[in-house]
Design a protein. Sequence first.
Length: 394
Amino acid sequence: MPVVLSMSEMGSPKLAVVFALCLIACSKASDERAKPATEAPAIASKNTRTAPGLRCEPGIKPLPDRIQRGMCVAHNYQVSGSKGYGSKTSAATLKELKELGVQWVSLTPFGFMERLDEPKVHPIGNYRAGETDERMRLEIRQAKKAGLHVVLKPHLWIVDGKWRGEIGFDDERAWSQWFDSYEKWMLRYADLAQAEGVDILVVGVELRSMESKLEGRWRRLIRKARRRFEGKITYSANWDDAPSLPWWDAVDYIGIQFYPSLASTPRTDVSVIRSRIDEQLDALGVVSKARGKPVLITEVGYRSSPDALIEPHAWPERAGKIRVDHQTQTEGYRALIESIRDRPWVAGIYWWKWFTDPATTEEGPAGFSPRGKPAEAILRSAYGGNCAAPDAAP
């Protein structure tokens, strides 16, 4: 069905084009179409290592209470967003996550840029399929009603698919103009977070090109955000940018997007995977000790595909037809969970991702979501969720 965008929603023909392109990018499913939820494999199926009648992975103990047991909940753009944030469908999903053992959810409203050198951030506005302010308010309230803590993590999307860490301008005036626009956009979410009782606000995500260059502007933004928002504040840096970011002292956590390569070839030995994770975590531990701040893994994920640990950050939508490989995903989950367990400076972990709609086709079965896959059983054990089979639950 074609997408119909009204000018009253978008504000201008130019923005209509921006958001139409975004919708195409955000809602495109992989060539390997996802099966309906009713056809998803049961966690206790013959394809898992989970004991019959249980939904947990034997041998994995719950993580220490100090670790935030998080999940990145992704808004569904499909069907005009009717099963996304704030919907009854999402409310049921939040209850499902609570039963899984999730204690914290990360919610992501997007802002948009047409290209890397556009000196302006476009808010979602009233675009009906997107993460509108009304949808965000409803979703936050639904999460809290389900007994979950909330992280609000506003995120930038470059419409042509480029990485936000490469935003750049030829002159200082454009840099200043861009940050003015970004600051205005972010402070709106600081106000929303305060009004709705959000626990943590993330003031930026993977903005490598300006982390050092605009240090003064970041410090000013954080000061302004603290005057509006009483909760904790962090910034989400790429794992390899954390050592060089100069203003960790201004935030409460060292936020990390954790996507280092853990393997060189498919079926890499698990001892090598664990060794590479330990190496990366040890480097973050040095940053944590030097800055006197705990590390919050604000996003990490592994796809159900053979190359998931070689290029963890790669989008499944861009890879064409992919062979589904749940074993690789579970190896990544198991190794990272066990690696963070005894590192007291790790404050939490948020997995990418769990869609609001269980019947989503925004990614195929080889995608990031652990829902209905063996990795879900690993999470349920690590998060201390309900391990009894549904028909055995009280």
